[in-house]
Design a protein around this ligand. Sequence first.
Ligand code: PAN
Ligand code: ZN
Length: 167
Amino acid sequence: MRSNMINDLRKPYGKHLVRRLSGLKDYFADAQAVRRILSKSDPIIYEVYEYDAPKKEEHLTFATTILYPGKIGRQSYFTKGHFHYRPDAAEVIVGIAGAGLVLLQDRHKRFETHPLKPQALIYSRPGRAHRVVNNSKRKLVFLSVCRADVRHDYETILKKGFKHINQ
Ligand code: PAN
Ligand code: ZN
């Protein structure tokens, strides 16, 4: 993105990431279902368009995530989910299209869920890991905004998981 304005957050901008099941296979609980699906295809679970901000504290970065509908075993498609490394930066998540859930969890496994829908705003306070789940039958699109020098800790979630939610 070169201009200072984005007219439509549902359209591509910045860096494009594509997250397929093969890259998320260890996050889903049903390993058999993962193997069965991967033997036939490698579905896209979500895509992210991320503004390429300078990684400095005075900047903000933001991303649009498109999370597709679907299930792996009994679990609906979700984003990997992560903590932010220190400084444990906060994040704002805003619904753009479709509906789902935001899961927030702190390092003591205190857990909250919030409905995500167009115009809903969820504040992931410092120290909260966040994951978004699409438990609907339509595409879920949301915006996230946080400080630009943030680094993602995926390891903790991969090892310890979120409190389990089956949809
Ligand atoms: C978001 C996420 C995005 C993809 O922009 O990075 O929704 O989710 P995962 O990073 O968990 O794969 C964000 O939380 N940024 O900090
Ligand atoms: Zn984040």
